[in-house]
Design a protein around this ligand. Structure first.
Ligand SMILES: [Zn+2]
Length: 381
C-alpha cells in the first residue's frame, strides 16, 4: 500500500474566504502553522476557485468562471421557454423563498448533482443560459475531461478523504478527526465554507469574525491532535480562496442598459454578477452603445491581456465577448445575483489587497506556491 512508499500523511484544510488580512489581523494559529504566505486569488468567485483548486487549471481550461453564461444552443433549460411567459409576474418570482424552492425543483428535475441556485436570474432568460456547476465537482470525474483531486489521488492509489460539501462544516471536521485518529488516510481535503457567508454579512465586524476565527482555530487544533494520535508523521496545511472587500458603492447596470433601448436576446446578452458585467454582442451597434453607457461607472473593461493574465481568456468567448469589472468595493446592484448589495464581496481585481488568500502550514511553503492555481500541484505531488 502507499503507506510504504509515502509514510507522511498530508492534510489540506480549505476555509472559504479566510483572507490574508483576517489571518494577519487575528493572528490565526501563528504557533501551530508558522509557515505562512499571502496568495493571489483566482479571478472570479468561489465557483471559480473551487474548480481551480481541485484541478490546478484555470477557468480558460476548466470552463468555470461564473454560474451563468449566455449559450442559447447549449442551455439545458431550452424547454423552459414554453413556461417563460407564465413566469413574468416578477414580484412573485423574484421572492427569495420562491426562488429557493424553484431552484430545488429544477435541480431535482434536471438531476444536477452540483450546487444549484437561480439567484436573481430573470426566469425568461433562463432558456438561453447555461449553468456551469451541473455536476458535483468533488467526486471522481466531477470536472471531466479535466482530472480533479479525487481522480488523481485515486490514480496514485492513496487512501484519501475529501469532505462532503453537503454536510455542515463541524461534521466535516469531526469525520476527518476520526479518520486521522485512526491513521486511516494518507491524504485529506477538509472543506469548510461557513466563513464566506459570515464575512459577506459582517466584513469588518471584529466582534463577530474574531469569534468564528477562534472556532476554526479550535477545530484545526483538534485535527492536529487527532493526527498526532494517529502516530504517523504528518503535514497540515490550511488554505483559502480569497478574502473579502467591504462595500464602497453600487452600479445600477439594468437601469443604464434600459435607457439605451437595447433588447436582451436580440441586441445583446448579458450576465451581471456582483462585481462584473459580462456581455455578448448580438449586433455591432449594441457594443458601441453599451460600452459608452458604462463610460462613467467606477471600473474598467478587461483587456485581452488582462483576461489572459487572469486565466479567463477563451477563444470561444464562453465567458463573454467583453467583461466590465467594477473597482474594488463597488457592487453591481441589482444584478443577476440579487437585488441588495452585501456588506462585503469578493471577485474584484486579484491585486486588491482585500482579495488576498492565505496558505498556512506546519511545513515550509513550497517556492512555487503563490496563486490559488498552485495548490493542486502540492496536494498531488
Ligand atoms: Zn462568497
Amino acid at each position: 500500500m502507499s503507506q510504504d512508499s509515502d509514510p507522511i500523511v498530508r492534510v489540506f484544510v480549505f476555509v472559504d474566504a479566510l483572507g490574508w488580512k483576517q489571518v494577519e489581523k487575528y493572528g490565526f494559529l501563528t504557533d501551530l502553522l508558522p509557515y505562512r504566505r499571502s496568495i493571489e486569488m483566482q479571478f472570479g468567485y468561489s465557483c471559480t476557485a473551487i474548480p481551480t483548486i481541485l484541478t490546478g487549471t484555470r477557468p480558460s481550461e476548466h470552463g468555470h468562471l461564473a454560474f451563468y453564461d449566455y449559450a442559447p444552443t447549449k442551455s439545458p433549460f431550452q424547454a423552459m421557454r414554453f413556461l417563460a411567459p407564465f413566469l413574468r409576474p416578477r414580484g412573485f418570482w423574484r421572492r427569495g423563498r420562491v426562488r429557493n424552492i424553484l431552484s430545488k425543483w429544477i435541480k431535482r428535475l434536471y438531476g444536477f448533482t452540483g450546487y444549484f441556485q437561480l439567484y436573481g436570474i430573470p426566469l425568461e432568460r433562463l432558456p438561453k443560459l447555461d449553468y456551469c456547476e451541473k455536476r458535483d465537482l468533488f467526486v471522481k470525474g466531477g470536472l471531466a475531461p479535466v482530472k480533479n483531486l479525487a481522480d488523481v489521488w485515486e490514480a496514485q492509489r492513496m487512501r484519501y478523504h475529501i469532505s462532503d460539501w453537503h454536510l455542515p462544516e463541524n461534521e466535516n471536521f469531526r469525520v476527518a478527526s476520526n479518520l486521522f485518529r485512526r491513521g486511516a488516510v494518507d491524504r485529506a481535503f477538509v472543506y469548510s465554507a461557513a466563513f464566506d457567508a459570515l464575512q459577506h454579512d459582517n466584513v469588518g465586524r471584529d466582534e463577530v469574525l474574531k469569534r468564528k476565527v477562534e472556532e476554526y482555530a479550535e477545530s484545526i487544533r483538534d485535527l492536529h491532535r487527532a493526527l498526532s494520535e494517529g502516530e504517523r508523521p504528518f503535514e497540515l496545511t490550511v488554505f483559502s480562496d480569497h478574502g473579502m472587500t467591504p462595500l464602497r458603492g453600487t452600479i445600477d447596470a439594468p437601469a443604464t442598459i434600459a435607457k439605451t433601448g437595447l433588447k436582451w436576446g436580440e441586441d445583446y446578452a448579458s450576465a451581471i454578477d456582483s462585481t462584473m458585467a459580462r456581455f455578448w454582442w448580438l449586433t455591432p451597434e449594441s457594443e458601441t452603445t453599451i460600452r459608452k453607457a458604462f463610460d462613467n461607472f467606477p471600473g474598467h473593461w478587461l483587456t485581452d491581456d488582462e483576461m489572459k493574465r487572469h486565466g479567463i481568456w477563451r477563444e470561444d468567448h464562453k465567458f463573454g465577448d467583453a467583461i466590465f469589472l467594477a473597482d474594488a468595493g463597488i457592487q453591481f446592484c441589482p444584478s443577476d445575483m440579487g437585488v441588495k448589495p452585501l456588506n462585503g464581496m469578493h471577485g474584484f481585481d486579484p491585486d486588491d489587497e482585500d482579495s488576498l488568500a492565505c496558505w498556512l502550514s506546519t511545513v515550509p511553503v513550497p517556492e512555487n506556491v503563490s496563486r490559488v492555481c498552485d495548490y493542486f500541484h502540492v496536494m498531488t505531488e
